[in-house]
Design a protein around this ligand. Structure first.
Ligand SMILES: Nc1ncnc2c1ncn2[C@@H]1O[C@H](COP(=O)(O)OP(=O)(O)OP(=O)(O)O)[C@@H](O)[C@H]1O
Ligand SMILES: [Mg+2]
Length: 285
């Protein structure tokens, strides 16, 4: 979030001071995170950094223990994934994205099936609209009746993303969408993310593979040990610089040399110092 973006109403999601505990594990320690309209934000960090937990809070799957969430400028309480969906936040998880035993059409309309005047499932509308949604993303699948279990990992991601676009999501969150995919499939998924951006849909893209995030993200946010570590425009950093920082888990001497462009970035850097102190204090207990 930058001062300008909030001033002109471009800010879509803003999470402030988010804390989340799992028993004694302090998974998020006052994280700030924001996404502007139509912006693709890469969310990176080492295993256990808190990436999935943060997006589960944004998608209503977990409730934060402290902190505030704003969507389109209004404070919101996300008590369930249904609340998040109602606002236009769709999350695509790697495994649970789709039901493999159901058809493509049924997956696209899952939980939002259209019915006929007689109250029956409107199968022909689902078939037609699901093929249209897929074709609009350049994804040509043979039949709406095909079972999702017959699709490749990349195609499954495509179906999940098409579903989000069809239901007019404003923000699509993708948790490691390229994990375990072939090179060709990774390329397809990255194209789907670009397609989201072309449609004006914002996206959060979580990955461990920095090359993937560099090719699609406008901005990259790095978490470490449940704290903000970096918030930087992609064009202002490099894969090498960020991988060094992620591997170390601190900014150290390799801190990006540019001045933080946004208030959030500056706040994140300032907060990092406090966060590190807290982490050390907690480790001593
Ligand atoms: N449901 C849960 N119950 C208990 N602890 C959890 C739960 N979910 C996450 N954690 C813990 O919270 C911390 C952050 O986990 P999270 O899954 O958010 O990390 P991540 O950045 O997504 O890591 P990865 O890259 O491995 O997916 C970890 O210490 C993890 O063990
Ligand atoms: Mg994760």
């Amino acid at each position: 979030m930058s001062a300008t973006s909030s001033a002109n109403g471009q800010e879509l999601l803003k999470m402030v001071g988010i804390h989340k505990y799992f028993g004694r594990v302090h998974a998020l320690r006052g994280v700030n995170f924001s996404v502007n309209r139509g912006e693709v934000v890469g969310l990176c960090g080492d295993n256990g950094a808190g990436k999935s937990t943060l997006i589960k809070v944004a998608s209503g799957y977990h409730m934060a223990d402290a902190g505030q969430i704003f969507f389109e400028g209004r404070e919101v309480k996300l008590r369930s994934p249904k609340d998040a969906r109602a606002l236009g936040i769709e999350t695509v998880y790697q495994e649970q994205a789709l039901c493999p035993h159901l058809s493509i059409a049924r997956n696209i309309f899952m939980g939002r099936e259209p019915t006929t005047v007689l109250g029956l499932l409107d199968q022909s509308r689902m078939n037609e609209e699901s093929m249209e949604a897929l074709a609009s993303m350049g994804l040509k699948l043979r039949s709406p009746h095909a079972l999702v279990s017959a699709l490749s990992g990349g195609q499954r991601q495509g179906v999940a993303i098409a579903r989000a676009i069809h239901f007019r999501a404003k923000l699509v969150i993708l948790d490691e969408p390229t994990i375990a995919l072939s090179v060709k499939e990774v390329r397809e998924v990255l194209d789907f993310v670009r397609h989201l951006k072309d449609q004006g849909v914002a996206a959060v893209f979580i990955t461990h593979t920095l090359h993937h995030v560099f090719s699609v993200a406008d901005r990259i946010v790095v978490l470490a040990h449940g704290c903000n570590l970096v918030d930087i425009r992609t064009k202002d950093t490099t894969v090498d610089e960020l991988s060094d920082i992620i591997a170390r888990g601190t900014l150290g001497d390799a801190a990006p040399t540019h001045k933080p462009e946004s208030e959030a970035a500056a706040a994140a850097l300032a907060q990092q110092a406090t966060c590190e102190e807290d982490t050390e204090a907690e480790q001593e207990i």
